[in-house]
Write a protein that binds this ligand. Structure first.
Ligand code: SF4
Length: 386
């Protein structure tokens, strides 16, 4: 298994909480597609991993951003044709595109009724950035859509034949009560979606919302409310028949995101575009420089890549971090094989107090968090690290 990530670094405007790399210049999209093609061409000889050529079939393709849905369907077709020109895409690929509701309801995909059908020919999964169904909260965080756009967007995707739709929601928004969050969850589940990603609001440095908090204009949700919101999320998802397969991700059986799961499972992937990361599945991680200007000037230039070789200790720490984020947990035998019996002993020794306290569960094959522990997972994860 291997994946391809393509970054589309354009948004129509910036949301108040977001620190992803993007610019608000989608008019450069055509030139950007040429640059992407040059990067793919230059890197096609690059091995995927030690002794593995990148000519293997890729089982997941993910267009993320930024906002991929600022690209027209013709631009998407160009991009996907370029990708298939340089890399082999498996017949059973999970091909995901991130979209924003306003592009479906009033933007590039609203004007032409066939455009969503054409998109369906390229992608079998859509990840829709809804964040909330509350118009006031959407205004505060500077999203461009409102609640009715979000609902209409899901219906239009379903009408176009998409049967694997994921919705992103955020909780802990300024002024959001538990009741408001529960209304968001009820609305999301009522739409017949297959997957839900729900994230606690993070006040990232340099974002507008962090500045407003520092100026006293908005307040962070208190811990008690955040815990209650997460509890409610887990409970409602379970009642709706969703599996809680990762800390922030829930899916109907068979609809867990294969692409995101590969990040947690150490599967190799190639990332294209400014700010995109690649990983060889072993210990080498590369990152393209997060600068559209530098990328457009010389997309194929290795100077735009930083390379990081992970030490055994860093790899072990990643194994703990990624393993404990998933419901399956850390594969104990894999830890012994990869890092040795001493490291496995260390892990189990560090885990002991949490096992006794019911915060961790050891199935003998896997070590995973109990439901009780998910909100305090950061502390547990750091205690188990080297
Ligand atoms: S949240 Fe999405 S749409 Fe908003 S600025 Fe970030 S990448 Fe762009």
């Amino acid at each position: 298994m291997a994946g391809i990530y393509v970054h589309i670094p354009f948004c129509l405007s910036r949301c108040a909480y977001c620190d992803f790399y993007s610019t608000t210049r989608p008019q450069r999209a055509d030139d950007y597609l040429v640059a992407l093609s040059q990067e793919m061409q230059a890197r096609r000889q690059e091995p995927l991993s030690e002794g593995v050529a990148a000519s293997v079939p890729f089982h997941t393709v993910y267009l993320g951003g930024g906002t991929p849905s600022v690209l027209t369907v013709a631009q998407m077709e160009t991009l996907m044709a370029t990708l298939r020109n340089h890399y082999v895409v498996a017949d059973d690929v999970e091909a995901t595109v991130e979209m924003n509701p306003e592009d479906i309801v009033s933007g590039a995909y609203a004007a032409d009724a066939h455009s969503l059908l054409a998109l369906r020919m390229m992608f079998n999964r859509v990840s829709l950035g809804i964040q909330s169904f509350d118009d006031q909260l959407l205004g505060i965080i500077r999203r461009r859509h409102n609640s009715s756009h979000a609902i209409e967007a899901v219906h239009k995707l379903q009408d176009a034949g998409f049967t694997n739709i994921s919705v992103d929601l955020i909780y802990g928004l300024p002024g959001q009560t538990l009741e408001m969050w529960e209304r968001d969850l009820d609305k999301a589940f009522s739409l017949g979606i297959q997957h839900l990603s729900a994230y606690a609001l993070i006040f990232e440095p340099g974002t507008a919302i962090t500045r407003w908090r520092d100026e006293g204009k908005v307040q962070e949700a208190d811990e008690e409310t955040s815990v209650a919101m997460y509890d409610s999320l887990c409970r409602k998802a379970r009642l709706e028949g969703f599996e809680h397969y990762e800390i922030s991700n829930f899916a109907r059986p068979g609809f867990a995101s294969r692409h995101n799961s590969s990040y947690w499972n150490g599967v190799p992937y190639l990332g294209f575009g400014p700010g995109a990361h690649s990983y060889d599945g072993l210990r080498t991680r590369r990152a393209n420089k997060p600068s559209l200007e530098a990328y457009m000037t010389s997309p194929a230039c290795q100077a735009h890549q930083s390379i990081e070789y992970l030490t055994d200790e860093e790899l072990y720490n990643e194994t703990v971090l990624c393993g404990l984020r998933t419901s399956k947990g850390i594969d104990l035998e894999a830890v012994r094989r990869r890092f040795g019996a001493d490291r496995l002993d260390y892990l189990l020794r560090m885990a002991k107090p949490y096992l006794q306290g019911g915060l961790l569960i050891n199935t003998l094959q896997f070590l995973h968090l109990s439901e009780l522990a998910v909100m305090t997972s950061d502390d547990i994860i750091s205690s188990l690290m080297a």
